[in-house]
Design a protein around this ligand. Sequence first.
Ligand code: GLV
Length: 309
Amino acid sequence: MTISIICTDRDPKPWLIALQACDPTLDVQVWPNERQKADVEFALCWKHPKGVLQEYPNLRCISSMGAGVDHFFGDAFFPKHLPVVRLVDPQLTQGMFEYICTAVMYYFREFDLYRIQQRELCWQPRLPRSMEKMTVAMMGLGKLGGYSAGRLATMGFNVIGWSRSQKCIPGVKAYAGEEQLDEFLAQAEILICLLPLTEKTRGALNLQLFSKLPNGSILINVARGENLVEEDLITALEEGLLRGACLDVFKEEPLPEDHLFWSHEKILLTPHCSSVTDPESVAPQIVQNYRFMQRGVELLNQVDMSRGY
Ligand code: GLV
């Protein structure tokens, strides 16, 4: 009866400590050094090496170490018959809102333009717009997007949201499906992407989409780097379709040193830190799911892998 932490690109130690502190009776081990692969019933994964899950003959449940599950894609040997769960955490949700709020306020109060003025020794105040006249548009109204959209509306922005299926969030005008996408985009002065990465959303942030936004809009991408066509962003910024972009996620992370984004004056970038999972905060729900799995009870935050989120 073992939980195995199977991750690359993340230090397993704090997760091991947090899980053991949460329930000292648990047997938690770390890939690739488990004593007996056959004892492992529950795998806690982040960017697992492809094919490795096949080595566990008695695996019964797979949990992501984050909110996203796209890191499971592309493994031809992924055990599709097993339930997959993800982490939903108030701290993660709040962290994402704080990041989005900071980025929205930066552009709303035109700090990007004042930075350019500072460089040019240009003293030129502009009248700030009122919040309710600024339309902030959230693409993706899941746990993270829905929460941030609601909070931005409470702050006073005119908030609209788009998702594949209809959602209802107080204060947010919600659009749904392909047929309402263009109407949504036509109003999006600040477009925030929090779409899950699926085959449908890969490359969704492209030139065609940017050309449907009001001229001089802002893009904030906090979803996945693969949601964005990078060359199209450069074109849109250079042609003035977009005024600026704040990016926290990239196709290749860490962003290579020679990447154009580093020095582009209309791009503000951060190193995938918009919201970081705290092992201590999420350990109780991982342990809960492990117990639920043992009792055959419905799991928390189970993902529909055929849908991809
Ligand atoms: C981070 O990107 C996550 O999916 O938790």
